[in-house]
Design a protein around this ligand. Structure first.
Ligand code: OAD
Length: 243
């Protein structure tokens, strides 16, 4: 299975990696749907846009406790391995559902963020951008940050019922149609449209590999399923590339 994966990467001339929350659990960031994931402690509606506008103070309390600390997390071996693979030309692009920015921190250059990034905030009225440090300072003084224009400040992430940023979707579609190998790491593949990209790649003739420590929504479609811990798997594969 290790050798099969190494061979697929070596033979590929256009490999796209799609990542989910499972690549960041080794950095101490909880995923969503594992038994210990965020949805075991918080209702899924916390990421619903209607909830944000009806209870901004509750959302920001969750944001302060759970989302903002993601910015202080450090990349782990999986992020580092992916950056290394990109640098050596084995991986073309990482498409991620994560909002933690850890791929970029590890050195990945070509990253498509489907669900935004928690380090950016913006006014929902005038569009002025705010960085997370400013928001953190505001949250020390008040429950909800507001812009100078009076508008509510929101994180630049995608809530449920919102569309994904069109540039990110366009890029993800283009890469999915161009790749000959798509590798999905650490995603349950149940949230769309993110989960539609492996389907698109597969329909267009690419091979599909899924690496995840549990079942995913697209296991039936893949050419190779590796049911393992990502750090354990990537560290073995990395050694094989270097030997
Ligand atoms: P999920 O929590 O649904 O899936 C993460 C998967 O990674 C689970 O199947 C875990 O079993 C697996 N996993 C966790 N740690 C792992 C490890 N060390 N090694 C191998 N596998 C591991 O997260 P996503 O699929 O990313 O969207 O969730 C997709 C979207 O749902 C998120 O972007 C978010 C959420 O609601 C929005 O908020 C819009």
């Amino acid at each position: 299975m290790y050798q099969e994966f190494v061979d697929l990467l070596r033979q590929s001339s256009y490999c796209v990696v799609l990542t989910g929350a499972g690549v960041s659990t080794p950095s101490g960031i909880p995923d969503f749907r594992s038994p210990t994931g965020l949805y075991s402690k918080y209702p899924q509606e916390i990421f619903d846009i209607d909830y944000f506008y009806s209870s901004p103070a509750s959302f920001y309390s969750f944001c302060k406790e759970v989302l903002l600390p993601m910015i202080d997390a450090q990349p782990n071996l999986v992020h580092e391995f992916l950056a290394w693979l990109e640098e050596r030309g084995y991986v073309k692009v990482v498409i991620t559902q994560n909002i933690d920015g850890l791929h970029q921190k590890a050195g990945s250059k070509d990253v498509v963020e489907l669900h935004g990034n928690i380090s950016r905030f913006k006014c929902d009225k005038c569009g002025k951008l705010y960085d997370h440090n400013w928001v953190r300072r505001e949250l020390e003084k008040k429950a909800v940050p507001h812009c100078l224009c009076g508008g509510l400040i929101r994180p630049d992430i995608v809530f449920f019922k919102e569309s994904l940023p069109w540039e990110a979707v366009n890029m993800a579609e283009m890469h999915s149609l161009s790749c000959d190998l798509m590798v999905v790491m650490g995603s349950s593949l149940v949230v769309y449209p993110a989960a539609s990209f492996p389907i698109l790649a597969k329909k267009n003739g690419a091979k599909l590999v899924i690496i995840n420590n549990s079942e995913t929504g697209l296991d039936f479609l893949c050419d190779l399923k590796i049911e393992k811990d990502l750090v354990e798997f990537c560290s073995q594969v990395w050694k094989m590339f270097q030997s």
